[in-house]
Design a protein around this ligand. Structure first.
Ligand SMILES: Nc1nc2c(ncn2[C@@H]2O[C@H](COP(=O)(O)OP(=O)(O)OP(=O)(O)O)[C@@H](O)[C@H]2O)c(=O)[nH]1
Ligand SMILES: [Mg+2]
Length: 324
């Protein structure tokens, strides 16, 4: 066990990749590594990138990597793939797009699937962030499409969250989940080569004026940066705004910083607890095949889903909880 931890702390790419796979598969014993590694986290700067599908998030991430590597910073990427596992399109796309960095040992890219994780996405993303942090990455960038509650939760793990918008979206910002817009510390309007970027910038600015209380947490008004990820335009300015935001957070009062830290740890703990409860409960239900049996009882009209949950399934789970 110590050997593995040592290798991870030393930044050994193969060991890190293996541990990440084991975390995904929930291999027994994997939590022991996470427990030990946790003490070595808290150094990386975490950037969340979110926005509608196809906004150019991955292209922007690739451009950010390039800029951060130029100033000798090491980077870990977690790309949460929004598409169905049947096509695998986005995974392949992201890999191809970012592969220019694959030969670089200082960049570690991890793709993660949203499907099939059954609520465990936030937990495995946080574990991956912690591993990349412990292995010594200066920056960890998490790319996620801004649609579901899971994504909003993931964004909460970031120090700075960039919401990527595109021209023409101004009238249509409702397309993004409200919670994600509010989580934005910086708005990047990508594809600024397409007409309408200025209008989108004005619309976002107006939206912030109207909802000042929601967009000015800690006296920070999210800046709006126009970028063209595909040709790296505006990315230096974007990095500058990331640094500004980082300085802003670091200069908050110590009480506020502790409060933010408490909130963050509480979220993380709650994720782990929720995930564990769900896992234990599902194991119990699956073990006794009770779900299938109950489905049959509902078909024959012996019971209905509401009563079945109360009378048959919950008692099983609760009995198990009190026994153990
Ligand atoms: N015109 C223009 N196209 C861009 C720009 N940046 C990215 N694109 C294109 O937009 C498309 C989507 O880019 P991605 O980076 O895959 O977008 P994404 O947001 O990561 O997409 P998902 O992960 O599938 O949600 C690609 O065809 C990119 O080439 C830009 O600055 N200008
Ligand atoms: Mg992408």
């Amino acid at each position: 066990m110590n050997r593995v931890v040592e290798k991870i702390l030393a930044g050994d790419v193969k060991t890190v990749a293996q541990l990440m796979r084991d975390v995904d598969d929930d291999v027994p014993g994997v939590k022991e590594y996470l427990k030990t590694l946790y003490k070595h986290t808290g150094k990386a700067y975490i950037i969340g990138i979110t926005g509608v599908p196809g906004a150019g998030k991955s292209t922007l991430v690739a451009s950010l990597i390039k800029h951060l590597r130029m100033i000798n910073k090491t980077v870990g990427i977690i790309a949460i793939d929004p598409t169905s596992p049947f096509t695998g399109g986005a995974i392949l796309g992201d890999r191809v797009r970012m592969q220019q960095h694959n030969l670089d040992d200082n960049v570690f890219i991890k793709s993660m699937a949203t499907r099939g994780s059954f609520g465990g996405l936030s937990r495995s993303t946080r574990s991956a962030i912690n591993i990349l942090d412990a292995m010594g990455k200066d920056y960890v960038i998490v790319e996620t499409v801004g649609v579901g509650q899971d994504e909003v939760d993931i964004v909460k793990a970031a120090h700075t969250t960039i919401v990527v918008l595109i021209p023409g979206m101004g009238d249509n910002v409702q397309a993004i989940k409200a919670g994600i817009l509010e989580a934005g510390d910086i708005f990047a309007i990508n594809k600024a080569d397409i007409p309408g970027a200025d209008k989108t910038a004005r619309d976002i600015s107006m939206m912030m004026d109207v909802n000042q209380s929601r967009f000015k947490a800690d006296n920070w008004r999210p800046p709006i940066v126009k970028v063209e990820a595909i040709s790296d335009k505006g990315v230096t300015e974007l990095i500058q705004e990331i640094n500004n935001h980082r300085n802003h957070i670091e200069n908050l009062s110590s009480e506020r910083k502790i409060q933010k830290q408490r909130e963050k740890i509480r979220e993380e703990l709650l994720e782990i607890v929720k995930d564990r409860i769900l896992q234990e409960a599902l194991n119990q239900i699956n073990k006794d095949n009770i779900l299938q049996k109950t489905v049959e009882d509902i078909i024959t009209g012996e019971t209905d889903p509401y009563s079945a949950c109360e009378m048959k399934i919950l008692p099983k789970i609760l009995a198990r909880q009190t026994m153990s």
